[in-house]
Design a protein around this ligand. Structure first.
Ligand SMILES: [Zn+2]
Length: 363
């Protein structure tokens, strides 16, 4: 190994040690933990400081500099776009919603890029430290062929991804679809654990089966379609054309669109003691906890709730725990239920995290 390679390897060891331990450490502690000579450790620390990757803390210790590298996630929806910036520790640096309806035109992408540049400035991000921009589209994407196969939501049919990439060539860009991105965020948050089920509650209901930081995809890549498990025989019509699916009962549309209000308005009414909202919530909660109890019996692991509903559930967890205690076979409580740490921003977070993870693997 040449001296230059050895130096880079030492830097990586030290950086990853500080990152994974999330604790300040002195140069002596690092030398001992990594079995390296003190002069080599001090040389590496000086290099990392110069690059802005670490900073000094109390007692002559060193810590990760969260903004040493940053990444962005962009979610292009039919009715709006979302922008999210995260640091290397996956902490949110900024989030913005843009009321710009999607259109596959140069003017649209230029407008999004212009808003992105303004967003980068408003978050005070250093472009030299920006690892890349993940762009999420609600579409079936064939990465190998470099094509967007179809997006009924955006009315896009079989186009080369290059038609989108070309508008963002100033930055490293990756395009993917929303289930993959939010599934990746869930995997990332779950990487310390053995297994978990991720259930995403938006207008659509879907999920993922996680084994550590890996996603179980199934034989045909279609695992985790929990929204289309049959919950009520001959029940409500589902978007898939069948009847009685989980999605027909646990879509957030049951709480918002059906009443002609937004999800925020629904939970404001519920908290305000509105009788109609309480009745709708009770029915929704019953179907949700039936679904969760079934998933728990099948998979015997923690269940993480994500999607646009999850930020509204914090204060309602005790009643979900109570229902689950009654409905699950092996437990007397529902403490296996958790909320997604990225909340309703998980789609943007997941795609940005791909750049963070790539960097951590290769730095
Ligand atoms: Zn269905």
């Amino acid at each position: 190994m040449t001296e230059a390679v050895q130096r880079q390897t030492n830097r990586r060891y030290i950086y990853q040690y500080l990152y994974n331990n999330s604790q300040p450490a002195t140069s002596e502690e690092l030398a001992e933990a990594l079995s390296l000579g003190l002069p080599a450790v001090e040389r590496s620390l000086a290099g990392l400081l110069e690059e802005g990757m670490i900073s000094t803390a109390e007692g002559g210790t060193y810590v990760i500099a969260p903004q040493g590298r940053v990444a962005l996630g962009v979610f292009l929806r039919d009715d709006q776009a979302q922008l999210l910036a995260i640091d290397i520790c996956a902490q949110e640096l900024g989030f913005r919603e843009l009321s710009i309806p999607f259109s596959h035109t140069p003017g649209y992408y230029q407008k999004i890029l212009q808003c992105l540049e303004e967003f980068i400035d408003s978050c005070g991000l250093d472009r030299d430290r920006l690892l890349g921009i993940g762009i999420v589209i609600p579409a079936v994407i064939d990465q190998a062929a470099g094509r967007l196969v179809m997006s009924p939501t955006l009315d896009l049919w079989d186009i080369p991804l290059e038609e989108i990439y070309c508008h963002f060539s100033r930055y490293p860009v990756f395009i993917e679809n929303s289930p993959n991105s939010s599934g990746y965020a869930a995997c990332w948050a779950n990487r310390e654990k053995s297994s978990a089920i991720y259930l995403s509650l938006d207008r659509g209901v879907g999920g993922a089966i996680l084994q550590g930081d890996q996603q179980y995809m199934g034989d045909h890549g279609r695992s985790g379609e929990f929204g289309h498990m049959r919950l009520v025989p001959n029940g409500r019509l589902c978007s898939c054309g069948r009847r009685g699916c989980v999605e027909a009962y646990c879509s957030t549309s049951r709480l918002s669109d059906d009443l002609g209000i937004t999800l925020d308005e629904f939970f404001t009414r519920l908290q305000g003691g509105d009788g109609e909202a309480a009745a709708v919530w009770e029915e929704y909660r019953g179907h949700l906890t039936d679904t969760l109890a079934n998933l728990r019996v099948c998979f015997d692991c923690d269940i993480v709730l994500g999607g646009e509903l999850s930020p509204h559930l914090e204060g309602l967890l005790p009643e979900l725990y109570w229902d689950l205690g009654e409905k699950t076979l092996f437990e007397g409580d529902g403490f296996f239920l958790q909320l997604d740490r990225f909340g309703s921003h998980s789609v943007c977070a997941g795609t940005a995290l791909r750049f963070i993870e790539d960097f951590l693997q290769t730095y």
